[in-house]
Design a protein around this ligand. Structure first.
Ligand SMILES: [Zn+2]
Ligand SMILES: [Zn+2]
Length: 97
């Protein structure tokens, strides 16, 4: 909890300074509100593209029947994303429909 809080604050701080959350650099992309600079965004895009070409999960790099059938996430990450979504939905309940 303490570590997560620290990471969040650290990220918020960098974001507040309009710096890339990965490398800390500042460019027109981070200045316009993005969390990543051009270089890191491109790197991440290429990395994900490569994973996808190899039929691997773009989240964790694993390969299973889901990723092999062309999906971006493996079974595990899909489940994780769903749980996160449900959690968020639960948290937001009452404020949104
Ligand atoms: Zn960067
Ligand atoms: Zn995965």
């Amino acid at each position: 909890m303490a570590t997560a809080e620290y990471t969040k604050r650290f990220r918020d701080k960098r974001k507040a300074l309009n710096r890339c959350v990965l490398c800390g650099k500042q460019d027109e992309r981070t200045l316009s509100g993005y969390a990543l600079c051009n270089k890191c965004a491109e790197k991440q895009r290429q990395y994900k593209q490569k994973l996808k070409e190899q039929h691997r999960c773009t989240q964790c790099g694993e390969q299973d029947e889901r990723t092999l059938s062309g999906l971006c996430f493996c079974k595990f990450c899909t489940k994780k994303a769903k749980l996160l979504y449900r959690e968020r939905k639960y948290t937001d309940r009452g404020t949104e429909k």
